[in-house]
Design a protein around this ligand. Structure first.
Ligand SMILES: Nc1ncnc2c1ncn2[C@@H]1O[C@H](COP(=O)(O)OP(=O)(O)OP(=O)(O)O)[C@@H](O)[C@H]1O
Ligand SMILES: [Mg+2]
Length: 364
């Protein structure tokens, strides 16, 4: 078996002149848990449908297991899909729902028995085999749908927002179960969600999509810590974004002005003085100091605490700078650190850990 189980090469798709996907290129490695993440309408389902064979690209090629699958009908693609609405057959019990695809392919009784049992064990539903769908919870029904898909031993399992109709707690549990199941099966999963937390916590790699383009592909850590574009930075997690003026630029260093203060930073991306850039700082990379706690405030912003939200592991603050800008800052608890009781209206200094910022071209 080859390393890349799925490959997209220069794939574009339009519906009646309306472009939906533009020059899509990416590979999915065998055994990988890859997530497509992006807002509604960005083309996630369309992309999956080109893998499963329910849509064909207008240009470019899709490869499955090294073979160009142009014109290959869905049932010959060794790909199965689990949908948000799991659409089980209501009159069939759990066993028959899972066995359905195998029966229609004419597989023998003993093999069906053995494979369905194995699939049900995998999703921990072996003792529910005689129940009808209406006698199951939403999460159990979704597990039947997953068993029905994996029983065919697909090369790739496509999951199109499979958890979005479940309540919060069930969804969290199913995230863990799905991830375990994927590791157990060793099957490649391509998972679709528009929930960024879900994407970060489950995936080996995430494909961030926007308006039919791939904005970035990377590990959860890469897309969170090193977003390529402002779009990605805004879409993944919370971000404080400052417009910055470049005062001086050479190959090594930048001197920038942010909110009337000057900072000297490494010029890792080779910006020049003419570039328009933004500084992106995550809430957890900001420190908020009380007035009496600091001496040198030359690279700190003055502000006022507007909101204090106790979160257990952190205290989340909203701070209004004197310029009017609002910042989100997450302060971690530390047993030795007494300064965590901020009061509303308190005057503070805000500071970021130099080097933890991300500098991005201002393409907004
Ligand atoms: N069969 C079709 N005919 C015409 N337009 C379509 C068709 N299928 C999808 N589209 C359009 O293509 C775009 C992408 O749709 P798609 O379903 O792939 O988005 P999505 O990212 O899955 O969104 P969601 O998160 O809401 O499921 C949308 O603008 C949609 O209206
Ligand atoms: Mg969709």
């Amino acid at each position: 078996m080859i390393k890349n189980i799925i490959e997209f090469k220069n794939v574009s798709k339009h519906f009646a002149e309306h472009p939906v996907l533009h020059d899509i290129n990416f590979e999915v490695q065998n055994g990988e848990f890859l997530t497509l993440l992006g807002p509604s309408g960005c083309g996630k389902t369309t992309l999956l449908r080109m893998i499963s064979g329910f849509e064909e690209p207008n240009s470019g090629s899709v490869f499955i297991d090294g073979k160009d699958v142009q014109g290959l009908p869905p049932h010959l693609r060794q790909v199965n899909t689990v949908f948000q609405s799991y659409a089980l057959f209501p009159h069939m019990n759990v066993f028959e729902n899972v066995a359905f695809g195998l029966r229609s392919r004419g597989i023998g009784r003993d093999e069906i028995e053995q494979r369905v049992n194995e699939a049900l064990r995998m999703v921990k539903l072996d003792s529910y085999r005689h129940r009808k769908p209406h006698q199951l919870s939403g999460g159990q029904q979704q597990r039947v749908a997953i068993a029905r898909a994996v029983v065919n031993k697909p090369l790739v399992l496509l999951l199109d927002e499979p958890l979005s109709s479940l309540d919060y707690r069930l969804r969290k549990n199913m995230q863990i179960e799905l991830k375990q199941l994927q590791q157990q099966l060793g099957i490649t999963f391509i998972f679709v969600t528009h929930d960024q937390e879900e994407a970060l916590s489950m995936s080996d790699r995430v494909v961030v999509m926007q308006d039919g383009y791939i904005e970035q592909i990377g590990t959860p850590r890469e897309i969170y810590e090193e977003p390529n574009t402002l779009q990605v930075a805004k879409f993944i997690g919370e971000a404080n974004i400052f417009e910055a003026n470049i005062l001086e630029a050479n190959q090594k260093q930048l001197v920038i002005e942010v909110e009337d203060k000057q900072f000297t930073l490494k010029n890792r991306k080779g910006f020049t003085q003419d570039d328009k850039i933004c500084v992106v700082i995550r809430p957890e990379d900001l420190q908020v100091w009380g007035q009496s706690e600091v001496d040198d405030t030359s690279n700190m912003f003055p502000g006022m605490v507007e909101q204090v939200i106790y979160k257990g592991a952190t205290v989340d603050l909203m701070v209004r700078l004197s310029s009017g800008k609002r910042l989100a800052a997450a302060q971690f608890f530390n047993e030795d650190d007494e300064k965590l009781d901020y009061s509303l209206g308190e005057r503070v200094w805000v500071h970021w850990f130099p080097g933890w910022e991300v500098l991005l071209r201002n393409d907004a």
